[in-house]
Write a protein that binds this ligand. Structure first.
Ligand code: GMT
Length: 379
């Protein structure tokens, strides 16, 4: 199939997932056309089946905001025609689903019929999508998509609760490339972070308020009082300055290491003992899955789709949002019980093995077949 993939090219989960999906589909013989404003962050290497088309929304003195959505829709039309696309798959509803609807309508006028698959990732529904500035367009463009998928059952239910949806939503979970996310011991690296054999806790996110990274620091503070440990904070975002200030304020700035944005997250996870994800919104928690694949149990909140990934008392623990004391208590119950800890590590890997690209990617292929059939029926 020739598939146009539209996504955010950044380090965010939706862009990572879309990129990994494109690579996996290309490896299965599909021709993939990424359509976005920048090369996706995780698209490193040349692949004979992968093309990248940059969207340029040009500045003009009249525009306070460059009309990206119009430029994106126009690029989709152009690529669909000249690359003979079979299908458009857009990740994150805003504004991609609306731009895809526009492209599809333009193509229809030219007697070209291209189905649109929209994958909902989370904040496009739970945060931004619910904003009345966007909601009517989100609802409309979801309903105009030929197939809609969501990355968890929880997100599906949330979408159906918030919006007047007319069709079904297929749940297709996030996946990772397990050949990359495999635990590889690196004693030298571990020694450089924890020279006295301290436990290493880690957290990855875009450091936005909804990630509650301050809770990760509070959890760490509680644990630090009982066992020697270090905290690695991977990523960057608007909350970073206040988090750095918090680390200094509690006197743990030498133990809390801000690593910034990283490409080889798997290397850092490989020297970690526990992963902390205290989010107040999380449709799935791709970062938790990455940690689990590297045999790192997860201490998390119980929000959104997290309980579909992190199983309480098996692969890690779930707590109420904001209950950092309970999170710390759960973490200590593992760090202070080696036998139990080993069991949780094995369970984390076993659960992560249910979200492989071999299991998940064919589910997207089936959805594409369904979209092509739906589209044919409407012609
Ligand atoms: O977590 C973020 O803020 C980034 C966001 C995105 O849209 O890029 O991630 C969302 O999509 C990921 C991939 O499907 C999910 O694993 C994350 O749980 C989800 N984030 C939220 O729902 C907050």
């Amino acid at each position: 199939m020739k598939i146009g993939i539209v996504c955010y090219p950044t380090y965010g989960g939706s862009g990572v997932l879309a990129t990994e999906l494109g690579i996996a589909l290309a490896n299965r013989g599909h021709q993939i056309h990424f359509i976005t404003y920048k090369r996706p962050a995780r698209l490193f290497e040349f692949h004979k089946n992968i093309y990248f088309h940059e969207v340029n929304s040009s500045e003009y003195p009249l525009f306070e905001y460059a009309p990206y959505e119009t430029a994106l829709a126009s690029r989709m039309v152009d690529i669909a025609i000249h690359e003979n696309l079979d299908l458009l798959h857009v990740h994150y509803a805003i504004p991609h689903a609306a731009a895809a609807y526009m492209a599809k309508s333009i193509l229809k006028k030219k007697n070209i019929y291209i189905p649109v698959v929209t994958t909902l990732h989370g904040t496009d529904i739970s945060l931004v999508g619910l904003d009345s500035a966007y909601a009517p367009v989100v609802e409309f463009s979801i309903n105009e998509s030929d197939v809609v998928t969501s990355v968890s059952q929880s997100l599906k239910e949330q979408t159906m609760g918030y919006f007047d949806t007319i069709g079904d939503i297929d749940v297709i979970y996030n996946f990772i490339d397990h050949s990359k996310f495999t635990r590889k011991e690196d004693k030298e690296f571990k020694q450089s972070i924890a020279p006295n054999g301290e436990f290493i806790l880690s957290h990855t996110s875009n450091f936005r308020k909804i990630k509650r990274v301050d809770d990760a620091i509070r959890v760490f503070e509680e644990i630090y009082r009982k066992v020697p440990c270090k905290l690695l904070l991977i990523g960057d975002g608007p909350e970073r300055p206040s988090l750095e200030a918090l680390s200094r304020q509690i006197g743990l700035h030498k133990e809390i290491i801000f690593l910034g944005k990283q490409d080889a997250v798997e290397r850092i996870l490989s020297i970690s003992d526990l992963f902390i994800l205290p989010s107040e919104l999380e449709s799935f928690g791709l970062s938790a899955l990455e940690a689990m694949a590297v045999e790192v149990p997860v201490i998390s909140s119980n929000i959104g789709g997290i309980p579909e990934v992190n199983i309480h008392g098996e692969t890690g623990f779930l707590s109420e949002v904001g209950d950092f004391k309970d999170m710390a208590k759960n973490a200590l119950s593992l760090l202070q019980d080696p036998e139990k800890f080993e069991k949780f590590k094995k369970n984390a890997l076993a659960k992560a093995n249910t979200f492989t690209k071999e299991i998940i990617v064919p589910q997207y292929e089936r959805v594409y077949e369904k979209a092509l059939k739906t589209q044919l029926a409407h012609q």
